[in-house]
Design a protein around this ligand. Structure first.
Ligand code: GLY
Length: 416
């Protein structure tokens, strides 16, 4: 009798939890329908389509097709099609995908994986539109021009000009680059081109070997010798210091190895994803209760240490304006990765953490009211905090602080 009662109670709890999840998903979809109407209007206001990336000073900001975030708006429209089944979103997504057509030949940085896989890749997966497969193949080939076979890695940034030229790097690889491997795995499977698979696997394994600290937090940048594969240095470009833990980098790291395992089914890739999750959700003392982190897990510690601040920046107050700033984008990326890690492992711990993130991001603290935030779904993301720090002579593309970002919305919809 007792055990029957217990079964009934467990079943009831499961039904309530499922209903709550369905409710939160549906509620977010309804909110996204209203918000995206504003963003679509902004993107289509002129005779040429534009790519919304953020909302600042009361205006939607747009990026050119060659910007690393150019694929996320089209990708969000594809996810809205997937979430609603409404052909309206498929039509919009197709239009906004195809303005990225020329990007398939981009070889000047590694982000073509983000740009083409999130737009054309989702279009191909959901609608099998003729010609999208060719774009994916060309994009994969473009990405592979950045492969350095002696080192076994894909070079992230060029070093001939810009702020990167001043760092003394030879072959910088950033943790974000793990995200681009999905393009290679997909195209390799579609074309049976083993070389793409081998490049992706080699890059993942070199990252696994060299990017991580003992606690499984990741460095942002590892500089390789492209001829010998020797590691020349480890540092940051977007974190507070070389040894700090830049929040979005940790999120790319978790997602990168979870996604890589989806394709390789290699135990070492799953183990790394689980070690990263353990670091983030068990060991990281600065992970807040709502699981939406500050932009760098170490920002408070550095900002509170006057001696350290003067040594690093020559100014004891350099970080003070930024100590409270969160990065909702890193939370959204982690939520999506955790749901996938849960599918792979059936470990409910991951789902619980992902649900908690979605609950936080769906609250009025992070999710915008309809008609506000320029039409973006989430508030409070951080692109890059501007500062000059040790080993980095110039501020790299600082900006987009505490604003909506199109990639936060993309990974939020993906998680839903
Ligand atoms: N991949 C660039 C960034 O996360 O800011």
């Amino acid at each position: 009798m007792k055990s029957r009662l217990l079964s009934i109670l467990l079943l009831a709890a499961a039904v309530i939890s499922c209903t709550n999840n369905t409710h939160i998903i549906q509620d977010n979809i309804e909110n996204a329908k209203s918000q995206l109407a504003f963003l679509i209007e902004a993107a289509e206001a002129d005779s040429t389509l534009k790519i919304p990336s953020t909302f600042k000073n009361g205006k939607v900001g747009f990026v050119p097709a060659k910007d690393w975030v150019s694929g996320f708006f089209a990708g969000s429209l594809w996810y809205m099609y997937e979430l609603t089944g409404d052909e309206f979103y498929a039509e919009k997504a197709q239009k906004h995908t195809e303005i990225l057509h020329d990007i398939q030949y981009l070889t000047s940085h590694h982000d073509i994986g983000f740009m083409i896989n999130n737009s054309y890749g989702n279009g191909l997966r959901l609608k099998d539109i003729p010609g999208y497969d060719t774009v994916m193949v060309n994009a994969a080939r473009s990405l592979c021009t950045r492969y350095r076979p002696e080192a076994g890695i894909i070079q992230s940034w060029n070093i001939a000009k810009g702020w990167q030229a001043e760092q003394g790097w030879k072959c910088p690889v950033i943790i974000d680059n793990m995200m681009n491997l999905e393009l290679l795995f997909k195209v390799s499977m579609a074309t049976s081109d083993q070389s793409l698979w081998d490049i992706a696997t080699s890059h993942a394994d070199k990252t696994l070997e060299h990017h991580y600290r003992d606690d499984f937090s990741t460095y942002h940048v590892v500089d390789f010798d492209d001829q010998t594969g020797e590691v020349r240095g480890k540092c940051t470009a977007q974190g507070i210091t070389n040894e700090s833990r830049w929040a979005r980098g940790q999120a790319w790291s978790l997602y990168g190895f979870t996604m890589t395992y989806r394709y390789t089914k290699a135990e070492r890739h799953l183990k790394r994803a689980e070690d990263i999750a353990h670091y983030l959700f068990v060991e990281e003392d600065n992970m807040p209760e709502n699981l939406v982190p500050l932009w760098d897990y170490d920002v408070i510690q550095y900002a509170n240490d006057t001696t350290e601040m003067i040594a690093l920046f020559g100014d004891k107050e350099a970080m003070l304006p930024y100590v409270e700033i969160r990065d909702a984008s890193s939370a959204a990326i982690m939520a999506s990765a955790l749901y996938e890690l849960y599918w792979h492992t059936k470990n409910k711990f991951y789902k619980k953490k992902a649900d908690k993130i979605i609950e936080s991001l769906s609250s009025p603290t992070y999710r915008s009211e309809v008609g506000e935030n320029g039409g973006f779904l989430l508030m409070h993301s951080t692109g890059s905090v501007p500062h000059t720090y040790r080993g980095l002579k110039k501020n790299p593309n600082g900006g987009n602080i505490d604003v909506p970002l199109n990639y936060a919305d993309y990974y939020f919809l993906e998680a839903l």
